[in-house]
Design a protein around this ligand. Structure first.
Ligand code: GLN
Length: 188
């Protein structure tokens, strides 16, 4: 099993380590044709506006959109921004893979960068995991998604049954359960 990690910019290397831990072979994705080799995709954290520009430049939008009809996509932080329906405070073009609206850096000073604990349930098992927020996006509105975890009454992990979006960085805390959930368990 091979999963792609979008490697245009940002924090993609730690995602590869998480994939290796769960016996998935990571493949760096820098061009659209490379998507043919993989059965899932991670859009990592970084700077969403820069990532969006680079995606446009190499014509990756259409490639990801048709890929996402068949295979799961997991986005963390800037990746969540790119997967959203609408970014309320920026004119970047999102992929609209998840029916959520996003405010970039929406946690302001409060948890600009910091780790909290969040509770979640996956496949009937309860977990409490560290959640590291780094200039994290806030989900300000949502529809047609399942809220997997929230922090202070705001969703921080959402799924539409195929794709998963996370406002924080599980890869920095060696959390493997979310990658496992998306890529090893099939459609929910
Ligand atoms: N603040 C960044 C953005 O708006 C996201 C931060 C991150 O991915 N850690 O793109």
């Amino acid at each position: 099993m091979k999963v792609g990690v979008l490697a245009l910019q940002g924090n993609y290397e730690m995602h590869c380590k998480v994939l290796e831990k769960i016996n998935i072979e990571p493949v760096y994705i820098k061009y659209p044709y490379e998507l043919d080799m993989v059965r899932g995709l991670i859009i990592p954290g970084g700077e969403s506006t820069t990532m969006s520009k680079l995606m446009n430049r190499i014509d990756l939008y259409d490639g990801i959109l048709s890929f996402a009809k068949k295979y799961p996509v997991l986005g963390t932080c800037a990746g969540l921004i790119l997967m959203s329906n609408k970014v309320v405070d920026s004119n970047l073009t999102p992929l609209r893979l998840l029916d959520i609206n996003i405010k970039r850096n929406g946690y302001g000073r409060q948890i600009n960068s910091g780790t909290v604990n969040v509770e979640l349930k996956l496949e009937d098992t309860d977990y409490s995991i560290p959640a590291s927020f780094i200039r994290a996006p806030k989900i300000v509105d949502y529809n047609n998604v399942k809220v997997i975890a929230q922090y202070e009454d705001v969703p921080v992990i959402v799924s539409n049954g195929k794709h998963l979006g996370i406002s924080f960085h599980p890869e920095l805390d060696n959390i493997t359960i979310l990658h496992e959930y998306v890529f090893l368990n099939g459609d929910k």
